[in-house]
Design a protein around this ligand. Structure first.
Ligand code: GCO
Length: 480
């Protein structure tokens, strides 16, 4: 392979999630999810934004997928809402809900777009939360496997790429540690680790069942990976990086890829009495699933910097990445990237997320060297304020710069031996940001709406045409 080329069958894609795009939150028999309830709590979402309408993908999926086809998109990653299939989590199937996703898959296949299905993107049936606490109850494992295997049977022969969990580290952290996501619990560490253990078991049993139903399919989990850098060469800071990685990164990726928890982190949690109870059967399920997964999914947005925590000297804490970040205006020309007043060298998004394109190559190389697994970059994108011009155009050079810098790093990672098989931007159309409403736009396609509604009309941004060219030239246009 000559330098800076990607395999001809590389999957240039884009991603979405059911609750963030579909709307029709109670239409055609769909059941109530935890998010349908959570958004009703005053103050939890930006200006009370909800996914009740979202960007109406439920009714406009043909138009959206046609826009994907016109772009030349190779894969579309989307999630299935559990409550459209089983409105109360299990039992009678909602045929209209199933039909919606069959139509999406058929529409993709009509244009030669590879469907990539995420089984769980944070919207658990409220009925299961009411019945046994959702992810807190061990029954969720069998209910999730029942839901997943039903879908495998429905889509075998049509859908080859599957993701079990989307950002398990995020939905559990925000749900049980920060109260920002359902069920809105704060610092409930012991439950947090037990909930994760249930999710790991649900993932493992699903992977094992998958290989019996779709043996030639590809399956993995998507982890929100923020690679860590030690603040400097001070051994205390280097050690805090090791501790941070074991507790905040490898805690998930080691279970997915090795089938076991990282030992140092487990020891640390056991000393605090908050470690999950792991049976021999659990361990053998984890190991079997780890031997079967086909890729590591990575949602990448930023890196973090680790410094010794002189408060208690044990729990590492991550600081905003204030060093070594090249994303300053001058170097990447990303006008939308602001430097905060107290961190003149910090390059961040409008929501203070560090911009560090090389961090994505770091992530790919770390995964390759630690796990030697193929990689699906299942999310990477820039949430920003976009402006719809009077002529219907949207000029988003900051998004083009952000994506260009990151895609170049992916191509360099491939050149250095990383087996990256797909790159999915977040997101194709603008959509609902869980906590930041509709103002935080990620799409190649602008959707005319704000927190109060809108025409929902679609408009191609400049970045749409940019990505069309990248796909057409299989990435070589970036190095011309
Ligand atoms: C946001 C986030 C989300 C996530 C995605 C996680 O701003 O709300 O960026 O959109 O990226 O849902 O998988």
């Amino acid at each position: 392979m000559t330098k800076y080329q990607v395999p001809k069958d590389f999957l240039w894609g884009s991603a979405s999630a059911a609750y963030q795009i579909e709307g029709a939150h109670l239409e055609d028999g769909k059941g109530v999810s935890n998010w349908d309830e959570f958004v009703k709590i005053p103050g939890k979402t930006f200006e009370g934004s909800t996914g009740e309408t979202a960007v109406d993908h439920y009714h406009r999926y043909k138009e959206d997928i046609k826009l994907m086809a016109d772009m030349g998109l190779k894969t579309y990653r989307f999630s299935i809402a559990w409550t459209r299939i089983f409105p109360t989590g299990r039992g009678e199937v909602n045929k209209k809900g199933l039909e919606f996703y069959q139509n999406i898959v058929d529409e993709c296949l009509k244009y030669g777009i590879e469907p990539m299905i995420t089984l769980y993107h944070w919207d658990i049936p409220q009925a299961l939360v009411d019945e046994y606490g959702g992810w807190e109850g061990s029954q969720v494992i069998d209910d999730f496997v029942n839901y997943s295997t039903f879908l495998f049977e429905q889509f075998k022969g049509k859908v080859n790429y599957w993701i079990t969990m989307n950002e398990q580290n995020i939905f559990t952290s925000l749900g049980w540690l920060t109260a920002m996501h359902p069920p809105g619990k704060f610092d409930d560490q012991k439950t947090f680790y037990q909930v994760n253990h249930h999710a790991f078991l649900a993932h493992a049993k699903t992977v094992i069942a998958f290989k019996d139903i779709i043996p030639d399919g590809q399956i993995g989990a998507s982890f929100a990976y923020s690679p860590s850098y030690a603040l400097d060469c001070n051994p205390d800071n280097a050690m805090s990086k090791v501790d941070f990685d074991n507790l905040k990164n490898f805690w998930w990726m080691d279970v997915y890829a090795y089938g076991r928890y990282p030992k140092n982190a487990m020891t640390y949690l056991e000393k605090q009495g908050i470690a999950p109870a792991v049976t021999k059967e659990d361990e053998s399920l984890f190991k079997k699933a780890a031997s079967l997964i086909d890729f590591m999914g990575v949602n990448y947005y930023q890196t973090t910097v680790c410094e010794y925590n002189d408060l208690d000297g044990v729990t590492p804490y991550a600081k905003m990445n204030t060093t070594g970040v090249k994303g300053t205006n001058e170097q990447t020309g990303i006008p939308g990237v602001y430097k905060t007043a107290n961190n003149p060298y910090l390059a961040t998004t409008d929501w203070d997320w560090t911009i560090d394109p090389e961090g994505l190559r770091y992530a790919c190389k770390e995964i390759t060297s630690r796990y030697n697994l193929p990689i699906v970059i299942s999310e990477n994108g820039l949430g920003a304020f976009d402006t719809l011009e009077s002529d219907g155009s949207i000029h988003d050079p900051y998004r083009i710069s952000f994506l260009e810098e990151h895609v170049k790093e992916v191509i360099k990672a491939i050149d250095e031996g990383c087996d990256v098989i797909a790159y999915c931007t977040w997101s194709f159309t603008d959509l609902l940001s869980w906590l930041n409403g509709y103002q935080k736009r990620y799409g190649f396609v602008y959707v005319d709406r704000d927190e109060k509604g809108g025409s929902l009309k679609r408009y191609k941004k400049d970045s749409y045409y940019w990505y069309e060219k990248v796909i057409e030239t299989n990435g070589t246009s970036l190095f011309e």
